[in-house]
Write a protein that binds this ligand. Structure first.
Ligand SMILES: [Zn+2]
Length: 421
């Protein structure tokens, strides 16, 4: 018998309306977080950003806004917060919703927003050119914009949180880019376990600005449910913690793992159970799951003099810890080491521990200044890799970074969202 406490129920928007037995997001009172009445514009339901009453668990239970409900509440008597325990879902609202909508507006929207085909082709080339810079924690590499309809939520998340801020200034009007940066910066705060707990209110202000400007730039008819519901996202983070706590990304990733466990079409459930029990048995044999493993031994250096005196036991090209994988190849070799951004060139095991041989970027400056300075997110423009090889204990590594080429140098961004998801 397992006791558990229900924290939240994660659904996409149509499923949430169905499960709660309320009006769908196409209905006039379809926002499940506030009582804003929708406006039907250009054959779609839109939700202007007026000041309206926020729904609460009590107002839902007492059906204050009768037009929101389809019928009896299916969770009645179960003590479930019908507003607070149904957080908005950023995979659908942000990644598959607003990010895809923006890309579609720029790709095939009204002529005044549409980018010329030549620019789109250049953007596509730029995206595929970044494939080798993507860390192995991301299962998918960037694809061209011609395949935008097949982009998965993780690809749209990668575009929002890492690629977009770096490549878009070369292609978009400054106002449109800065508007995108309001979304990027607020979601970067809300996915971070530390920043979200301290700055969720600031993220809420930025998201409200993003939605207001969305209506001003793309027209009132663009304020559909997904765009409107961004203003409620920070309150869900206040209640439940960072966005990855209330996301279906782990669930979807797990489905991928389940799929890989099935090797033949017959008896899929039995196969999955068997593989799971095999994996659990193997995991139980590992005495310390936080230990690191060193892989791909070699003898080619570099080994700085300071390490040669520490009795080198071996050199490796790869180190796997429970946090991340370090490699000496592009995509997985950039880390924050003792406050600097460094490239790893060798992994050396000495008698007193594991050392990372690295070179540091000697130039580090702020990458963007709107809506705040990029150093707030530890994002920097970097250049001029020093010639000197330094060594640092493996435990001095603070963050794994994504490093993209940019205007003769690079932009370094720490992996913001949880890579376990
Ligand atoms: Zn609302």
């Amino acid at each position: 018998m397992i006791f558990f406490k229900l924290d939240s129920i994660i659904c996409d928007t149509p499923a949430r309306a169905f499960v709660k037995n309320v009006k769908s997001h196409n209905g006039y009172f379809g926002c499940d977080k506030c009582a804003q009445q929708g406006e039907y514009l250009s054959s779609r339901m839109t939700f202007p950003l007026d000041t309206c009453s926020i729904r609460t668990d009590e107002s839902f239970a007492q059906k204050h806004n009768e037009e929101h409900h389809q019928g009896p509440d299916p969770f009645q008597g179960l003590n479930v917060g019908m507003v607070s325990q149904f957080p908005g879902h950023y995979m659908h609202i942000v990644c598959l919703g607003v990010v895809r909508k923006l890309l579609n507006i720029w790709l095939s929207g009204a002529l005044r927003f549409r980018l010329p085909a030549s620019i789109f082709n250049r953007m596509s080339d730029c995206l595929t050119g970044l494939r080798s810079y993507i860390p192995l924690e991301y299962a998918r590499k960037p694809r061209t914009l011609r395949e935008i309809d097949r982009w998965k939520a993780t690809e749209l998340r990668m575009f929002l949180l890492y690629i977009g801020p770096v490549i878009l200034p070369s292609y978009l009007d400054t106002n449109i880019y800065q508007h995108f940066m309001l979304l990027f910066s607020s979601i970067a705060i809300l996915v971070s376990p530390t920043l979200s707990s301290l700055h969720w209110q600031y993220a809420e202000t930025l998201l409200r600005m993003f939605v207001t400007h969305f209506g001003q730039i793309y027209g009132k008819e663009a304020l559909v449910y997904n765009v409107h519901s961004l203003v409620h996202l920070a309150q869900d983070v206040r209640l439940h913690g960072c966005l990855d706590n209330i996301s279906a990304f782990p669930y979807e990733n797990h489905l991928q793992k389940l799929k890989k466990l099935v090797r033949k079409p017959e008896h899929p459930l039995a196969q999955m159970l068997r593989r799971f029990s095999e994996q659990n048995t193997q995991q139980n044999k590992i005495p310390d799951r936080t230990s690191v493993s060193l892989k791909k031994p070699h003898f080619v250096g570099p080994v700085p003099n300071e390490l040669a005196s520490r009795r080198v036991k071996g050199q490796y090209s790869q180190m796997v810890s429970d946090q991340w994988t370090i490699k000496v190849s592009t995509g997985d070799n950039i880390f924050v080491i003792a406050g600097d951004i460094g490239r790893i060139h060798n992994i050396v095991e000495c008698h007193d521990g594991i050392y990372l041989v690295n070179r540091r970027f000697s130039n580090k400056s702020v990458f963007f200044t709107y809506p705040f300075s990029s150093d707030f997110l530890n994002i920097y423009s970097v250049s001029q890799l020093s010639e000197q090889y330094l060594s640092a204990k493996a435990c001095a590594v603070a963050h794994k970074c994504v490093l993209f080429p940019h205007r003769g140098g690079f932009v370094s961004m720490p992996i913001q969202h949880s890579v376990k998801h």
